[in-house]
Write a protein that binds this ligand. Structure first.
Ligand code: GRF
Length: 191
């Protein structure tokens, strides 16, 4: 079974969806570890409740990104992790991890990239007054939400939508789409 690591910084609802898909057999992978850059974040609790080990660190405790990414890399190598799955990880991935896992780092973003990269993509879409937004799953490169797109799916934005209702629609879509697309990627690898 392919080993994956999920990187998260906050709530971790996508982490939860991935754990459930693995448990249900829809996603054939082993979640070896959860990496979190925010001690106390709810995603760490979710990992614990799911019986998944976590590596939690405080970036401020390190002199530079390279130092904590080196620590993460050592851990991932030891566990023989093959894919890095970013799910609400609020940091750019640096060369230490990018060079060790070429085309093996995947991210989910709550907009139809290249539209609305960066923070608060839902708020950006509403502010722009567009009629649809969606979710993008893409490979990670050194840019901000710029890597090659793997999958996209749309959601309609209604006149009545608020930040909250749109975020909810997008999350629902993410929770279905991310495990499906991950399975497609990992399944191809097995062929
Ligand atoms: C998701 O909307 C994801 O697209 C973005 O960050 C959010 C994380 O949500 N990258 P959660 O922590 O998985 O609930």
């Amino acid at each position: 079974m392919t080993k994956i690591a999920v990187f998260a910084s906050g709530n971790g609802s996508n982490l939860q969806a991935i754990m459930e898909a693995i448990r249900g057999g829809e996603l054939k992978a082993t979640l070896a570890i959860v990496i979190c850059d925010r001690p106390g974040a709810y995603c760490v609790k979710r990992a614990e409740q799911g019986g998944i080990p976590s590596l939690v660190f405080r970036p401020g405790d390190f002199e530079k990104k390279e130092d904590y990414e080196e620590l993460i890399k050592q851990k991932l190598w030891k566990l023989e992790v093959e894919y890095l799955v970013l799910a609400g990880y609020m940091r750019m991935i640096g060369p230490t991890l990018l060079n060790s896992y070429p085309e093996k780092i995947i991210n989910i973003h709550p907009s139809l990239l290249p539209l609305f990269p960066g923070k608060d993509a839902v708020g950006q879409a509403l502010a722009a007054g567009v009629k649809e937004s969606g979710v993008t799953i893409h490979y990670v490169d050194s840019g901000m939400d710029t890597g090659p797109i793997i999958a996209q799916e749309k959601v309609e934005i209604l006149e009545t939508d608020t930040g909250e209702s749109l975020a909810l629609k997008i999350h629902r879509l993410e929770h279905r789409l991310y495990p499906q697309v991950l399975q497609r990627i990992l399944g191809k690898k097995e062929e």
